[in-house]
Design a protein around this ligand. Structure first.
Ligand code: ATP
Length: 793
């Protein structure tokens, strides 16, 4: 009989005996959605069958390898992995972080020992020091990236301009040979892009993209593998340098946020798992809960360094990234942001030879000389710009998602991904060259803020306005669009530029390169904002309010709002980076909110879309609509794999081997019933159980381990806990006992099977839980709920 118990045979048996089967116990309900229901299929009630009401289901018991079904043997209860079909089959298995502090006896002992005021003060001071370090180191990394990008870009564009000028004689205003400069341009774009894409693809694929969706998911409580490793930081930094120097339509801001998060996660732990080096400091911060707060500070420091906007950085973390907040955290995050901007300012000002420390932020949009004024009749125009931004942003998000879907499907090979990045880089250069070649837009020298104007096809004392847009970094082009005097471009130039960049940025975001979406989005918005002002002025030449820079700024804000769907932080960031007066906050927020509302009508912001497309189980702010009106019993999983308060090491070993759950209720009072019906006394994590087995913390060994075992025993292996495979088979210790009393979390959050789902969702989300136990009126286990149950059932 044992050998016949594979999942398939159980399933077949259940389906064949459907008529005999009656549903029973908790977990009954919601059957149409494929939820598993425990039933009784034969007279051996120690072998619960898994009944699926949709016959196509195939993913219930793990490995099909049930550890025996002999009812006399206490260790022989079947272990099940119960999952909804959607969760099991179509989503990658992201694990969760444990934001709930496990207040077990060891933890409480540590707390008691450190009850002195001096200790708490010391811990607090260390926390502040870590946040300050995060700010400084993030800024130093930002400076390094920025200086390298700036120097290499300068060399590249200077070389290209010289090449243009030597191949197209100044006197030749009708044509000339652009082939050689074009080939050089292609080469200088393809080489760095290919290098960066290869690094990202072959060395650390998690570094692809901006990194913001990953950091956001991490802060929501989803464990994204390798997201905060040193290797990730190194590849990200090189990736972003090569992509920007290669001229791809992207920016360095998103990657800076990721870089800040990695720095924070690294510093706060006082050890490097990659270099196997433990500095034996900051040990008290080695858990997910503490680390999360530092990562948030790191993200904020990254944004602040990127934009030179400390308040914007903090607000960005608040609006976009953080899922959990408290007052102290706001303070520390702000301090990390301020320190980051200050450090960056000192280093870059020194580097650029300024003696008044005025260099703020990597994303230097230049300050408006004159205060930007607006009239009240312009407000509806700003709103219209916002609506346009919302529509364009929604279309961009949807197009980008389609392109990425296509990529995933048709370009699965690594080499193909590198080639694709190269092709997009070549496409960008070709489109730029075509624009320069076909559009004749010459402007008189003198007003142009471009450092190296190109005369290409223009008379003496003129420069080529199209080449000026392309022969610099995208960030410098945004600056030009904000500050160039009126009449610096033709309508056709800006219209083509906005269109080309819109398409290019859409094709670029999603390539296997490290790049952010902020700059291209702002650039497209600035181009069409300025364009609209020019068209209106062309139609109504007597209008006086049409300052092109002002409309470029509103256009940038509207486009950013349409793509990213952030409002508060974006308006503050734009104000901080351009130095506009607080009175201009109103037009900015009008444009941003209109863009967000219009965009939200069609789809989600680009970061959320990416999270959704990758099936990351992110908990939304509110429960999903389909969960309203449900009760806990309709979404829980049961039977639950439980462990007895004093259980055999062998049983625990088997559970960990055969089942991949990460949390197990600890139960007692199991006489006459199965473990899965025991009385709840706590919860224990897989990682804790593995440490217990690895360190042989058995009752029989108590005289050896009791004095030496502290909470540090568990922290030492954080965050890369060994897997169960590293535990030797327990042949000689088969009868040893583990007493979980001092290791388990004795106060897990428990809810009743009748509680409403929206309510338990709020508890789950607010406390950052990983497991929630569902009990009946006698405190016996009725089921278990994890984040997946709030999303996929
Ligand atoms: P996570 O993956 O979030 O870190 P986990 O691995 O313990 O935690 P999930 O992978 O989210 O849990 O769980 C998948 C499904 O298994 C969910 O439906 C959940 O309710 C169920 N489940 C989790 N733990 C147990 C358990 N001990 N016994 C039975 N079912 C469980």
């Amino acid at each position: 009989k044992k050998s016949l118990l594979t999942p398939k045979t159980i399933l077949a048996d259940v389906i064949n005996n459907d008529a005999r089967t009656t549903s029973t116990g908790v977990g009954v309900g919601n059957n149409n959605s494929g939820t598993l229901t425990r039933g009784i299929d034969n007279d051996d009630d120690d072998v619960p069958a898994l009944l699926d009401h949709t016959p196509s289901y195939s993913g219930n018991a793990i490995n099909g390898n049930l550890p025996g079904n002999d009812r006399d043997n206490a260790d022989s209860e079947p272990i099940f992995r119960v999952r909804s079909r959607t969760a099991a089959s179509s989503t990658p298995n992201y694990e969760s972080l444990d934001y709930e502090v496990c207040e077990n006896t060891l933890f409480q002992e540590e707390q008691r020992k450190s009850l002195t005021e001096r200790f708490s003060l010391r811990k607090d001071i260390i926390r502040w020091i870590i946040f300050i370090q995060i700010g400084i180191i993030t800024a130093l990394i930002a400076c390094t990236i920025d200086i390298i990008i700036e120097e290499l870009s300068e060399l590249k564009y200077l070389f290209l301009m010289n090449s243009v000028e030597s191949n197209v004689p100044k006197s030749d205003i009708t044509g000339g040979d652009l082939v050689v400069p074009f080939l050089y341009w292609i080469l200088l774009s393809v080489l760095p892009v290919a290098f960066g894409a290869a690094m990202v693809t072959y060395i650390e694929p998690i570094t692809a993209g901006s990194g913001i969706p990953q950091v956001k998911s991490y802060l929501n409580g989803v464990k994204i593998p390798r997201i905060v490793r040193i290797k990730t930081l190194a590849v990200k930094a090189i990736g972003v340098i090569t992509s920007v120097v290669g001229g791809l339509a992207g920016g360095k801001e998103g990657p800076m946020i990721h870089a800040g998060a990695v720095v924070a996660a690294g510093i706060s732990q006082g050890k490097s798992t990659t270099f196997v080096k433990d500095f034996r400091v900051f040990k008290a911060f080695r858990d997910d809960h503490e680390k999360r707060d530092f990562v948030l500070g790191g993200g904020a420091a990254g944004v602040s360094a990127a934009f030179g906007a400390p308040i914007g950085g903090m607000l960005f973390s608040l609006e976009e990234a953080a899922s959990f907040w408290n007052q102290n955290l706001i303070w520390r995050t702000l301090v990390a942001s301020i320190i980051s901007v200050f450090t960056l300012n000192i280093v870059l000002s020194t580097y650029h030879g300024l003696n008044d420390f005025t260099f703020t932020g990597l994303f230097n949009l230049g300050k408006f000389d004159q205060p930007l004024k607006f009239d009240y009749f312009e407000l509806p125009i700003f709103m219209l710009l916002g609506v346009t931004g919302g529509l364009l942003g929604a279309a961009w998000n949807s197009l980008n998602t389609k392109i990425n879907g296509f990529r995933k499907r048709y370009i699965p090979w690594k080499f193909g991904k590198v080639c694709e990045a190269v092709v997009v880089a070549m496409l960008g250069v070709t489109l730029a060259c075509m624009m320069i070649y076909f559009i004749n837009d010459c402007r008189p020298l003198g007003n142009d803020p471009t450092i190296h104007p190109v005369q290409l096809f223009c008379e003496d004392n003129e420069y080529n306005a199209v080449a000026a847009l392309w022969f610099q970094t995208p960030e410098a082009t945004v600056r030009s669009l904000f500050h160039d005097p009126p009449g610096s471009h033709k309508i056709l130039t800006l219209a083509m530029f906005a269109l080309v960049y819109y398409v290019l940025s859409c094709a670029t975001f999603g390539l296997n390169v490290s790049l952010g979406v902020f700059i291209p989005t702002a650039l497209v918005g600035a181009a069409w904002g300025r364009l609209l002002a020019m068209v209106t002025f062309y139609l109504f030449p007597e209008t006086e309010f049409l300052h092109p820079g002002k409309y470029a700024l509103i256009g940038a804000a509207a486009n950013l709002g349409g793509v990213l769907r952030m409002t508060i932080s974006l308006s503050v960031i734009l104000m901080e980076t351009t130095g506009v007066e607080t009175s201009f906050f109103f037009p900015l927020i009008i444009a941003l909110i209109s863009a967000k509302w219009v965009g939200d009508y069609f789809n989600e912001g680009i970061y959320d879309t990416q999270i959704e497309v990758n099936h990351v189980p992110m908990l939304p702010w509110e429960p999903l609509p389909q969960y309203k009106g449900l009760r806990a019993r309709e979404i829980l999983s049961s039977p639950v794999v439980c462990i007895k308060l004093r259980d055999s090491a062998h049983y625990i070993y088997n559970v960990l081997k055969k089942c991949d759950h990460n949390g197990f209720p600890v139960v007692d009072d199991v006489k006459g019933v199965r473990r899965s019906e025991g009385r709840v006394c706590g919860i224990v994590l897989r990682s804790q159980l593995i440490v217990i087995l690895l360190k042989s913390l058995y009752v029989e060994n108590s005289h050896f381990w009791l004095p030496n075992t502290t909470i540090q025993t568990f922290r030492d292996v954080y965050p890369r806990y060994p897997s169960i495979k590293s535990v030797r088979k327990l042949d000689d210790k088969i009868n040893y006992t583990v007493d979980l009393a001092m290791f388990m979390n004795p106060s897990p959050v428990r809810v009743n099977a009748h509680d409403s789902v929206p309510r338990i969702f709020q508890i789950f989300r607010a406390l950052g839980l990983r497991h929630m136990l569902v009990i009946n009126n006698e405190n016996r286990i009725a089921g278990i709920i994890t984040r997946r149950d709030f999303i996929y059932k």
